[in-house]
Design a protein around this ligand. Structure first.
Ligand code: ATP
Ligand code: MG
Length: 395
């Protein structure tokens, strides 16, 4: 019965003059999500409202599911529009709507009308009362409750008249593309995909970098990261994923540095390389899945040692989260099942039995000098052999 959705959005409503930019981006992102759906649609913007209109047959469930991936959307309202053919007819149309949407006509309701077209002969209050009365007459099981109605029936009078009563929650946040681009350090674990999702939710477009260590890590591990990137791109839009061969750097660190400091030194080189790529591709910050105290390399001291090599801001959206909270989000965004596949990422192979938990930054810097001879060259090679895969979510 529905041919249209009214799209609700909140935060972007308050951005003053930039508002139209945000709305246009939101429309773009909605159109992008709809390319994954069966059917043809138009997305229109008018008077602070965005509508998705179906131009052909479409799959309701699939369409709603895809609209729910668009950041910036707070609600998706399936809406019926009717022509303005007098108030009598409107009352009939509204009763017809109730009849079809609510088979069990035993509930409380409230009518909330909005008159966007001011030449309509009744004002909002009159529409509320008169439609309410018509419904009470038509369905004896209904009752009015203005405080806590079971059904909030909304009527919007524009050129046409819109009737809706269902609000399906959207993800909230800001439309991707309204806040620059960030470089996500994406491993195969549970945390970094969630971190990418959370930053994308703030309107940030994503690129990603994965450090692989063949033959210590397998093609399956890389495939896992490709799969994760694809799932994230469902929300974030297309991602350029950089795959960096990190093996030689890792082996060199392993040969030259104390083993209990391996992870920290490795992380420092990952950050350095990620920052190089980030600068080249126009990113404004790095994104990681770190959370204070989760592992030895994420104590405050370790984070300080890792952060020391970065000049760009490093965004760590999970910093105050417990593992369980992160797992819940990863389940919600559908990355969990992929993340728990057992393929090793490069860190797990080179971890020491007893990594330092309170690295001393000066000591780390001194030990890193053991790498002076070859590290620049190894970094250059790693960057030169950067393999870029364009990731986009299709179905
Ligand atoms: P995750 O679950 O994201 O793998 P983790 O709990 O395993 O995180 P670490 O291995 O200490 O934690 O990694 C911390 C962060 O460093 C990760 O969240 C990720 O952003 C980045 N990172 C770690 N390994 C890699 C890798 N091989 N490629 C890209 N980024 C990585
Ligand atoms: Mg990991």
């Amino acid at each position: 019965m529905y041919r249209s959705f009214l799209i609700k959005y909140a935060e972007i409503g308050v951005k003053g003059k930039n508002r139209y930019l945000f709305e246009d981006r939101l429309c773009d992102q909605i159109r992008y999500a709809l390319t994954r759906c069966e059917g043809a649609f138009e997305v229109t913007k008018s008077q602070g409202r965005i509508f998705v209109n179906a131009l052909s047959e479409f799959d309701y469930e699939e369409t709603v599911e895809n609209l729910r991936t668009v950041f910036g959307v707070t609600g998706i309202c399936p809406v019926v529009h009717v022509e303005d053919e007098g108030f009598e007819k409107l009352c009939q149309d509204v009763a017809g709507y109730i009849d079809r949407v609510y088979p069990d006509k035993n509930f409380s309701f409230k009518v909330e009308a909005r008159r966007a077209r001011k030449n309509y002969p009744k004002n909002s209050m009159e529409i509320n009362c008169d439609i309410g009365e018509a419904l009470l007459n038509a369905f004896p099981g209904l009752r009015v409750d203005v405080h806590k109605p079971d059904v909030m029936l909304r009527i919007e009078v524009r050129e046409k008249i819109y009737i809706y009563s269902t609000v399906i929650p959207g993800p909230g946040g800001l439309p991707v593309g309204t806040n620059g681009k960030g470089m996500l350090l994406l491993s195969g674990g549970i945390d970094s995909p969630v971190a990418g999702y959370m930053i994308a939710k703030r309107g940030v477009k994503l690129d990603a970098v994965y450090f692989s260590a063949p033959p210590y890590t397998s093609g399956r591990a890389t495939q896992k990261v490709l799969d994760l990137a694809k799932t994230i791109s469902r929300y974030s839009g297309p991602i350029d994923l950089h795959i960096i061969n990190f093996t030689d750097i890792q082996l060199y660190i392993y040969d030259q540095c104390p083993h209990d400091e391996l992870t920290i030194i490795m992380r420092r080189y990952m950050m350095r390389i990620a920052e190089e790529i980030a600068k080249k591709s126009g990113c404004l910050g790095l994104i990681t899945g770190e959370s204070i105290g989760q592992v030895a390399s994420q104590t405050m001291q370790s984070l300080m040692a890792t952060n020391d090599v970065c000049t760009m801001p490093v965004y760590r959206p999970l910093i105050g989260f417990d593992k369980q909270e992160i797992v819940e989000i990863s389940e919600k965004i559908d990355t969990y099942e992929t993340s728990i596949q057992p393929y090793e990422d490069c860190c797990t192979i080179f971890v020491a039995k007893h990594p330092v938990t309170k690295p001393n930054l000066n000591v780390i810097r001194i030990h890193e000098r053991n790498l002076d001879e070859k590290i620049d060259e190894l970094m250059r090679t790693a960057l030169e052999t950067d393999e870029v895969v364009e990731i986009a979510y299709e179905h």
